[in-house]
Design a protein around this ligand. Structure first.
Ligand code: NAD
Length: 541
């Protein structure tokens, strides 16, 4: 250990590059995107120091061009899950005992590499794998991930510095031990930054990881692996396995040294895993930490004191950026009848200018949805809305999967606040608007609060300060991230720590000290300088 207490470098949020026409970075990303679209990657699993190629491969195809193959990855099974656990546990002693400044330094170096030489590749890989336009790739795969890496190092020192009081004659200390065992990170397709953070946050705190990325994110997961390797992360700290999630999870979650689950994905999968952990509880050395951020049915409520244009703009950006495939995306809107004509006018006029297509063409605001399963599900909701007596399509409603999985951004207007698309998570570019009687604002807030089991994000548009106050109280438990006069998406690490409640997750706020605290086990140490030598207290005298 060093004979000093170090301050990590000051962290500030990574500036978002504009990629405007003519700028050098735009041309560089575009050229790299084109190059990568014409290459073939062969992606192994990473277990300990080994690159594991099983020959059981699956093709990688961009969602916007599903006949084009950009690579393949090797899938494993139960035996690889066992090997990954062994490799993690083998690396545990050295990693957990490494002085924290060296662990932090590795991830701070990763942040600088990503801000510099890895940025274009990480963005291009995310554009290809997940069909994000350059702006969506930049705010996720570069900026958010850089922020996670830099701010988590700051939060680590805040946690370590927080020490108990000591009365005279003693020194009380607290240390934050990594959990005993290993952590299992299961990550979603939609954010490259989340995938990297779910394994790097516990690793920063001294834990070792088995990581199972989403099948739809393997291509950008490879860049994360390369980034961490380039930053000097030792072998075995983060082990990557691909394959059937049930087969892999069954092995991982029934291991006695399973110490925690760091999950982001859908609610039903998380509930299934939680039950499985509960059933296995007698097998474990310790009670596993369970951290999960899951689905949402995120809302925008507009009060009649709001201005129509900002509210309509929030609907467009909040519902359709990244094709509505953000857990925070607005998908149900409550608009007052007194403002509806003005809001509708902006929606119809502005949506007519929105372009959809390949992310390689930078003028496209909307790209493809992630895979055929998602496409088919969204198309069926749209078809039902077309046929429903209590819903109509205001904008969009078309879809085409001949080249890529393209769903036109679609606005449904319903007369039924409980219409299926007001209640269920669709996870695509479909938003439903219920026009309410402006005199029934309070009743409408109750509907907003009670309609869905989720409570992830929500937004209120109003200018009347009494309304802002009373509506905020009425919606207290309706979301974990609440926005006043802004869209409900786009949380920034260190500024709006992210997470929801109710069926949306455990609300451990990714990108905050609260999350890091879940990956440590505090140990209190009391040292007495001059120990007592007589058992008798004065009152006995
Ligand atoms: P998903 O649940 O389909 O998959 C997530 C991960 O779980 C993947 O790695 C997948 O392979 C794995 N998985 C699937 N079935 C499993 C099983 N039976 N056992 C173990 N693992 C299993 O989710 P997705 O489509 O990748 O992501 C979209 C979902 O994620 C949405 O519901 C969205 O709201 C949610 N999400 C939430 C947040 C948040 O912060 N709350 C952030 C991003 C995404």
């Amino acid at each position: 250990m060093a004979n000093a207490f170090f301050n990590v470098p000051h962290a500030s949020c990574e500036p978002v590059k504009p990629y405007a026409p003519g700028c050098e970075q735009r041309e560089a990303v575009q050229a790299l995107y084109n190059k990568m679209m014409s290459e073939q990657l062969d992606i192994p699993m990473y277990i300990g120091s080994e690159e594991v190629r099983t020959g059981n491969t699956a093709q990688i195809t961009p969602p916007h061009d599903h006949q084009r193959v950009v690579g393949q990855y090797h899938r494993g099974g139960a035996e690889h899950a066992k090997q990954a656990i062994d490799a993690a546990l083998g690396a545990r002693k050295s990693w957990s005992q490494m002085p924290w400044e060296h662990r932090a330094s590795i991830f701070l170096k990763a942040a600088d590499l990503l801000a510099g030489p890895f940025r274009n590749r990480m963005n291009a890989a995310t554009m290809i794998a997940q069909s994000k336009n350059i702006f969506q790739a930049e705010i996720d795969a570069s900026c958010e991930l850089i922020d996670f890496l830099r701010f988590n190092a700051v939060y680590l020192t805040q946690l370590y510095k927080d020490q108990p009081e000591s009365d005279p004659g003693m020194w009380n200390r607290m240390e934050l031990r990594p959990l005993e065992g290993f952590i299992y990170a299961i990550t979603p397709f939609n954010f490259t930054s989340i995938a990297a953070n779910l394994c790097s946050a516990p690793a920063l705190m001294g834990n070792v990881i088995v990581w199972k990325p989403s099948d739809s994110q393997v291509y950008s997961a490879q860049v994360i692996v390369d980034l961490f390797k380039a930053a000097g992360l030792p072998d075995g700290v983060i082990n990557v396995v691909y394959g059937d999630p049930v087969e892999i999870s069954d092995v991982v979650i029934s291991h006695k040294e399973f110490a925690g689950l760091h999950f982001t994905g859908s609610t039903h999968v998380f509930k299934h895993l939680w039950k499985q952990i509960g059933n296995n509880i007698d097998m474990y050395n310790s009670y596993p930490r369970i951290v999960g951020e899951t689905g949402g049915k995120d809302f925008i409520v507009i009060h009649e004191s709001a201005e129509a244009r900002p509210a309509a703009t929030a609907i467009i950006r909040g519902s359709f950026e990244y094709q509505g495939q953000k857990c925070s995306a607005a998908s149900r809107v409550y608009a007052p009848n007194t403002l509806w004509a003005a809001i509708k006018d902006v929606l119809v006029t502005d949506m007519a200018t929105v372009k959809m297509g390949d992310p390689g063409d930078f003028s496209n605001f909307i790209n493809a949805v992630i895979h055929e399963g998602s496409f088919n599900k969204l198309a069926s909701y749209i078809d039902r809305a077309k046929a429903a007596s209590d819903a109509e399509i205001l904008v969009g409603g078309n879809y085409d999967k001949s080249k890529g999985y393209f769903i036109e951004p679609t606005i449904i207007v319903t007369s039924n606040p409980y219409y299926e698309t007001m209640e269920q998570e669709l996870f695509g570019p479909v938003v439903t608007i219920y026009v309410y009687d402006a005199d029934k604002f309070e009743e409408t807030l109750k509907i907003v609060d009670e309609t869905s089991p989720y409570a992830l994000t929500g937004a209120l548009f109003a200018t009347d300060r009494y309304i802002i106050d009373s509506a905020s109280k009425a919606l207290e438990n309706a979301c974990g991230n609440y926005y006043i006069n802004d869209k409900p998406t786009g949380a920034v690490v260190s500024q709006q720590p992210f997470g929801g409640a109710r069926a949306s997750g455990t609300n451990d706020k990714a990108g905050s000290a609260m999350n890091l605290m879940r990956w440590v086990s505090a140990k209190t140490i009391k040292e007495t300088f001059v120990p007592a030598t007589d058992y008798r207290y004065p009152f006995l005298g």
